[in-house]
Design a binder for this molecule. Sequence first.
Ligand code: NAP
Length: 354
Amino acid sequence: MKSEGVATSAVLFIISLNASDEPRGRQPSYGVRCPPLCYLTFKNTGWDRSASLEMTVKKIYTLADLKNWRKKTPIRLGVFGDPVEHSLSSQIQNAALEACKIQMEYARFQITANELEETMQLMRTLDFVGVNLTAPHKIAAFAFADEIEENAKRIGAINTIKIEKAKLRGYNTDGRGFARAIRQEFAVDLRDLRMMILGAGGAARAIAFQCAKENCERLVIANRTVEKGQQLAEELRDYFAGPRVLGPVARLQAIPWEESSIRFQIAHLDLIVNATPLGLNRSDPSPIPGRLLAPHLMIYDTVYGGSRTGFVSAAVEAGARAANGLAMLVHQGALAFEIWFEREAPIGVMRAAL
Ligand code: NAP
């Protein structure tokens, strides 16, 4: 009886941590979506309960935790990022694991750029099934994987790793996740769109290569560091060599992140995608000021959160259609789940978990 009492108070502590972490309007229904609660109170799982408790009490793990990792923890999957607290990947993946009756958990890991190499080495020795990578690790992690699938090789960035026999195999599900999200949100295919991507990092590269593969009408890349945008456009050039009648603008172009350059493009675009972290902080400005946006545009912000991002608000005010990155999160996560477990992901459950 006594030990049950201890477990119960620990569970309440976990619940209060989770609750304060959720964006407003996305509070979990307590006791339903809290795997630690299930493991500690209802299941006789066979692993060391006190070890499990210690591991699951922490809401964000670090490299130091991985160095002292206990083999018996149910945490066998996770996401590495900096920052990572905003990530809702654990919410959708834990819902999928539970729905498929897979007795594993997915957790968030705060890993800095300097810690990535050591962390990747360590992953070879731990009993993990796989991990996801978020900003700023997608490009850097590419160099530390043992094998990379073809699609991710072209992109030069990975967002998913499958770990088998101490080998790290890298994949990228962002591009396909993005294409599915655009179809879901706006009922259009990439091939029919004139697009501008803001950013040239890991997510932007995956999106740009997907647009190229699907032969989109036109692609403009605007990046803060203009040379990186130019480099990406250069890598995409062959995909855009085919003829398309488009009038006075180039089919593929890298432009500076400047108001005058962006203003010129607006009339020649259908969809603008934010693939920078701008919007992760509530105080971030919209990546493009509202005065430049127009009602004919579709706006897709890969950033997501509990409330509207500045970009989505600016778009709605300008009369444009807009969506945040939740649909992309679900689709890229479902594709990652399918890589890890070689079975269909319960996408409805993952969507409902948000
Ligand atoms: P990354 O590789 O670190 O690249 C970041 C990009 O954003 C770079 O092009 C960088 O420009 C630009 N940037 C950073 N800070 C900026 C600022 N203050 N102003 C203007 N540009 C800025 O990151 P990533 O992996 O591509 O991820 C970017 C974001 O995409 C993430 O934060 C995440 O929110 C979002 N994302 C969402 C999903 C989803 O499923 N919804 C999936 C993937 C990514 P420079 O080249 O000049 O440094």
